[in-house]
Design a protein around this ligand. Structure first.
Ligand code: SAM
Length: 224
């Protein structure tokens, strides 16, 4: 079921304003998201799903990486942002499909080589249910890649009272509107290991500044 861009239980703006913000986010995050996806084995020919895809910035990059032999599906509940993602896809010749869908309503089973989600779980009241749906959507031998935020991890040096207040207020407002937790980046670590799963890995990255991106990338640590 589609929703408008200003869903009452979503803390951020959706629609065009949301798409513009997500474009900036992807400029900062793609330098660490891309190696994460490659480490997880994303390659040409794969069939992939991007859950909570927003304006499709990652979905389109994934589509370029899987190439004509593969396919990527992006789903999001915000129908206006999905519309913008489709418009962007129409400008390029990429193997991609966008659908308006509630993450919990994902009902596909054993379909995708790789299922991905970035910054969705921290907006959900019951993230575990969506993780279960994503797990079902992965085919045997496939991969699940979860990327999310640990919001209290924002730091500034020298200390900045305004940033501290922003971090506090954002979490309070998001908790009131969405429920759930703004610490999903760490909860992903907890969800990573399940019976039957092989080669689970988790790590962290710290986007700092344009110059520090490379340092952040070096700090992308993995444990297995
Ligand atoms: C912070 S944005 C991240 C977008 C994208 N993954 C990225 O990294 O650029 C979160 C997205 O999740 C979507 N979303 C929030 N709750 C959702 C739900 N219950 N089902 C599907 N999408 C949802 C929002 O509409 C928004 O587009």
């Amino acid at each position: 079921m589609g929703r408008s861009s200003q869903s009452e239980d979503y803390v951020l703006r959706g629609g065009r304003a949301g798409a513009e913000r997500l474009r900036v986010l992807n400029r900062v995050k793609w330098p660490t998201t891309e190696p994460l996806l490659r480490m997880a084995g994303l390659r040409a020919g794969m069939s992939c799903l991007d859950v909570g895809c927003g304006s499709g910035d990652v979905t389109l990059k994934m589509a370029a990486l899987v190439g004509a032999e593969g396919h990527v599906v992006g789903i999001d509940r915000d129908q206006s942002i999905v519309h913008l993602a489709r418009q962007e896809a129409d400008k390029r010749d990429l193997p991609v499909t966008f659908r308006t869908l509630e993450a919990e309503e994902l009902a596909e089973e054993s379909v995708y080589d790789l299922v991905f989600s970035r910054y969705l779980l921290s907006h959900l009241p019951r993230p575990q249910r969506t993780v279960e749906a994503m797990v079902r959507a992965v085919r045997p031998g496939g991969r699940l890649v979860l990327e999310d935020v640990y919001f209290p991890g924002h730091v500034c040096y020298p200390p900045n009272a305004a940033l501290d207040r922003f971090v506090e207020l954002y979490q309070a407002v998001a908790r009131a509107k969405e429920g759930g937790t703004r610490r999903s980046g760490c909860a992903c670590w907890r969800w990573r290991s399940r019976p039957g799963w092989k080669r689970c890995a988790s790590g962290s990255s710290y986007p700092l500044s344009a110059k520090a991106r490379v340092r952040g990338l070096r700090r992308l640590r993995w444990s297995t």
